[in-house]
Design a protein around this ligand. Structure first.
Ligand SMILES: *Cc1c(COP(=O)(O)O)cnc(C)c1O
Length: 447
């Protein structure tokens, strides 16, 4: 078992929740006023505090309030905030050089990250990787690669999908507000298929896959489909875990028609779900796998990794970008991957056991908790009206706000806004995690 002390980063931050002021305190309130005058309104803030330091399972704001972190900056700081190994490796690289543009003059860190990704992603076939900056950028490149490799253009995405905020990834994303409304027209040649959503459709994975495949085959010719893209566990769409058998049936169908199967593991990747990658829960070996978020301990980096013959289909100069695979981000990624391989997968499982036990207890006593789902340190509860079974977004918003006011960072998600998701850093201690869950339970009970 990984010693928690090894992964508690930040300036020796005390691992205790402590509220010195109401949330937000006076300094954060002042900063909010400055933000309003300087930052575009379209860039929102979920929890109105400004951060001074973070590490382990704590985020401390500029008013001295220490909040329990159950969000990891949206599944990014899985190794913890300011992980010592990540800080040391990044600082060392910063002191040597900050940038050359890998496509102009190379450096070892980029190649080493690609080697590591080729090694730790599912499947032992020959692989290649390419590095980018954001998740959306990597998704766009995965689609470019699939199109170049197949000579086809159409892409299939799923209900409740989230793939990013650039033009093509908005087209792939399902939910209109807040991601798409007013931002069209969107990229073409995207078709949508129904997702397996066991809590709502009650279907087996095989049934759900059959329905999805029928729907796709009615919309588009099979020999026009370049790729299907899917999150093995959906993130923003509601932490939807498809029924067993759904993903393998889709993958088999894709393989039999020469369609590239792309797993968007941007939120599920890197130990988060108690496997290095969530595809492994269903024995899936994706043709291409897209990663970002947890990859580099908070520094911006993303990747596409996949079958060598697909990855090599794009001509030289066809993939790249000025900053893709920045050397500091690569150094951070190598240190993060070393931490993931040094016990954090097991740590995610242990965290998952604690969360699941707690949320299941809540579900058996509170009929508004309709579903508890997820794997490892990626767990969620779906809140519904017990009479009608309808999504209860208002209760979800009240519960999240109450948790925030009590000093616990939780995030919501879901097409209907009625899912509370838990994504604690894997560096959080058991006691702090339990305390965070207590606060959340209380917030729901009083909601
Ligand atoms: C966050 C996310 C993206 C987009 O990543 P960015 O870095 O925000 O562009 C894409 N897919 C999934 C599953 C995500 O969770």
């Amino acid at each position: 078992m990984h010693a928690i002390d090894d992964v508690v980063g930040g300036p020796a931050l005390a691992q205790v929740r402590e509220l010195r002021t109401p949330i937000p305190g006076p300094r954060s309130t002042e900063m909010l006023a400055r933000k309003r005058e300087a930052v575009a309104d379209g860039v929102g803030i979920t929890l109105p505090v400004f951060v001074d330091a973070a590490g382990g399972g704590i985020v401390r704001d500029i008013d001295g309030n220490s909040l329990i972190d159950l969000g990891s900056g949206i599944a990014v700081t899985s190794v913890g905030n300011a992980h010592p190994g990540v800080v040391a490796a990044s600082a060392e690289q910063l002191g040597r050089f900050t940038h050359t543009a890998f496509t102009i003059t190379g450096y070892e860190g980029y190649v080493a990250v690609c080697e590591a990704l080729n090694r730790i992603t599912p499947g032992d076939h020959a692989k290649r990787s390419a590095l980018f900056n954001s998740g959306a950028e990597a998704v766009e490149n995965a689609i470019k690669i699939a199109r170049a490799a197949t000579g086809r253009s159409t892409v299939v995405a799923f209900d409740h999908a989230y793939h990013g905020r650039t033009n093509l990834t908005m087209a792939l994303t399902a939910k209109s507000m807040p991601y798409k409304r007013g931002f069209g027209p969107f990229a073409g040649d995207v078709h949508r298929a129904p997702m397996s959503y066991p809590f709502r459709d009650g279907r087996t994975g095989e049934e759900a896959a059959r329905i999805a495949i029928e729907r796709i085959e009615r919309q588009v010719e099979l020999d026009e489909i370049a790729a299907v893209i899917i999150e093995p566990i959906q993130g923003e769409g509601g932490f939807v875990v498809p029924a067993d058998g759904f993903l393998p049936a889709l993958a088999d169908w894709a393989a039999s028609h020469g369609i590239v199967f792309i797993a968007d593991e941007i939120q599920t990747g890197f130990a988060r779900t108690g496997e290095m990658f969530a595809s492994t829960h269903s024995g899936l070996v994706p043709d291409l796998i897209v990663t970002a978020k947890g990859i580099a301990g908070g520094l911006p980096l993303s990747a596409v990794t996949g079958r060598a013959e697909l990855m090599n289909a794009a001509h030289a100069g066809g993939l790249g970008g000025t900053y893709g695979g920045n050397p500091v981000a690569c150094a951070a990624a190598l240190a993060s991957i070393a931490a993931f391989e040094d016990g954090l997968v097991e740590r995610a499982r242990a965290i998952g056991d604690i969360i699941r036990e707690r949320l299941e207890a809540l579900r058996t006593t509170d009929p508004r908790v309709g579903d508890v789902r997820g794997h490892g340190a990626m767990m969620a509860l779906e809140l519904v009206d017990p009479g009608t079974g309808r999504p209860d977004a208002a209760l979800t918003a009240r519960a999240a706000a109450a948790a925030h006011a009590a000093g616990v960072i939780v995030l919501t998600c879901g097409t209907d806004g009625n899912v509370i998701r838990l994504l604690p850093p894997l560096s959080i201690g058991d006691d702090l995690l339990r305390e965070g869950l207590d606060v959340l339970s209380d917030a729901i009970a009083r909601g």
